[in-house]
Design a protein around this ligand. Sequence first.
Ligand SMILES: Cc1cc2nc3c(=O)[nH]c(=O)nc-3n(C[C@H](O)[C@H](O)[C@H](O)COP(=O)(O)OP(=O)(O)OC[C@H]3O[C@@H](n4cnc5c(N)ncnc54)[C@H](O)[C@@H]3O)c2cc1C
Length: 646
Amino acid sequence: MTSTMNGTTVLDAKIPEGPIADKWDNHKFDVKLVNPSNKRKFKIIVVGSGLAGASAAASLGELGYQVEMVTFHDSPRRAHSIAAQGGINAAKNYHNDGDSVFRLFYDTIKGGDYRAREANVYRLAQVSANIIDQCTAQGVPFAREYGGLLDNRSFGGAQVSRTFYARGQTGQQLLLGAYQAMARQIHLGNVKLYNRTELLDVVVKDGRAVGIVTRDLISGAVRSHSAHAVVLATGGYSNAYFLSTNAKACNVTAIWRAHKRGAFMANPCYTQIHPTCIPASDEFQSKLTLMSESLRNDGKVWVPADFGDQRSPEQIPESERDYFLERRYPAFGNLVPRDVASRAIKREVDAGRGVGPLKNGVYLDFSEATQRLGRHVIEERYGNLFQMYERITGEDPYVVPMRIYPALHYTMGGLWVDYDLMSTIPGMFVLGEANFSDHGANRLGASALMQGLADGYFVLPATINDYLAPLLGTNPVSTDDPVFKAAEAGVADSVKQLLSINGSRSVDWFHRELGKIMWDNCGMARSEESLTKAIAEIPPLREEFWKDVRVLGDGQSFNQSLERAGRVADFLEFGELLCRDALHREESCGGHFRVEHQTEDGEALRNDDDFAYVGAWEYTGDLASPKLHKEQLEFEYVHLAQRSYK
Ligand SMILES: Cc1cc2nc3c(=O)[nH]c(=O)nc-3n(C[C@H](O)[C@H](O)[C@H](O)COP(=O)(O)OP(=O)(O)OC[C@H]3O[C@@H](n4cnc5c(N)ncnc54)[C@H](O)[C@@H]3O)c2cc1C
């Protein structure tokens, strides 16, 4: 929520008073409630059927609210969450290795390079244990140990084993659980599903979110949906870089259009580069593939110690290999957090020690683990990932070490939300990867699934009532209201405009060009010079898009070229804001690495005096001059320190 003081907007995160361990319980007691028989009088739209959206829709439906679920997929189960491989964190301490709610909280704040809100992160750690119980009760087939108890493995940035998993398909299994729970509510009539339906605008009346405007992707029909509250759970924006590990359909449209209606965009420059992806094999590739972080439990990362060593990896003796992560970070070894590992890999490849045909990777080697544990154990743990790697590269990773290189993977930035997950537009809530909330400047592995499900199963169902209770007795705004009609006309016009340009270049051409600008100038390393260059290059590309893009087909039938054109148009606007945010943040933190700000060892150097805040941008109508608002971060329980994994 925001308020105004002396003409400036003040961001109020509404963090509850009291000791951190009591905040969530106290807050749940203090918020206004909606009694069970009144819940059916409220209508809520949930956009996005990934883990965050599906779990929210299922929970809100179960509570008795009338829910509309909007997703552009044919089946909600196709949401990008299905791709998650490695696991989900929870502070269960099953291994009795010293884990606790406080340790998960501490690791997440430190892993995020001290740029996350303490109260949210503590709540996330508290709720993590409930998620595992909830999903197990739904029948999610988590891996089990011989004795039948749930198994755990380790992910980066932690020295305990707290990652629950279902082989290399954790996201898929969790999504099936959430989807089943939502399907039950669809069957009961509490949730109404609109599939193949894309949100193209958010409707705001008298300062509140009152609905959305969608386009039916099969018929092209533009339609208004009105409700008491709107929930966006529309995922992350990594595809602004064109090449990423995200599904091709992932986009920024929903949150960008909400931003243009008044929702502040927080920390858009916090993007995560994942160290273990299959290196690109040529410049026309349109997608990168992740090899799960779980592989770093047993895989050892190395490069040949000698420059230009042409021998095949098995011919290079131990003494002539450089296990550079273990050398540089002995305490965490191969399991340093993603930002640290990615930079270390980049450094080796930039120095000319890269391996593979294009010299653009490093080895991830399982030979030692295979000897120690036996091939059958490696197969059990990572079988499907090894199979996937072999299918893509034609190399058998049981015999030849995998090759990996960092790639764009996750976005910590997103719409600003308060402790209740409400954006700066009252009545609009944002969940999962679409919000900025819990991961600071770097997300730890296996924490995105945790956050999405925490938001959907536990946080929103306990906070949305506080917003709804005073609205009891009011009806949603009619979709005949001029505010809906104007938004519908705007959507129809922009579709018409895209189809009328009939230029000479494909949508993908513009997307690829934008991706190159973003990756070269605002990727793993950023500088004032490179960012200024990107900010100068994006507006002309955007202009060219609106003059010269060629969108084939029509607007009354299934047309993926048209769908993509709208999304790329938004990336072309959003990319500029991302670069402006990166330019203004004169420090390095987590995934945001400004070359001007680094330690002697080449690690990220924060500037806590000037930048320990969330940067939340307001749309002013002029893309060249967004307005910055700050939420100062207070660290009461974790002391600010230079991150060290040595
Ligand atoms: C390859 C890969 C592996 C990963 N592995 C892990 C892991 O092991 N552990 C972990 O914690 N995290 C992992 N992550 C990250 C994690 O999967 C995501 O952050 C998380 O699943 C996002 O969930 P979400 O519900 O927020 O969004 P999504 O799952 O992306 O869902 C977004 C939904 O929004 C809908 N949508 C978007 N825009 C619109 C629109 N305009 N109109 C209508 N609908 C719209 C889509 O249809 C979709 O249903 C991985 C990510 C990748 C790419």
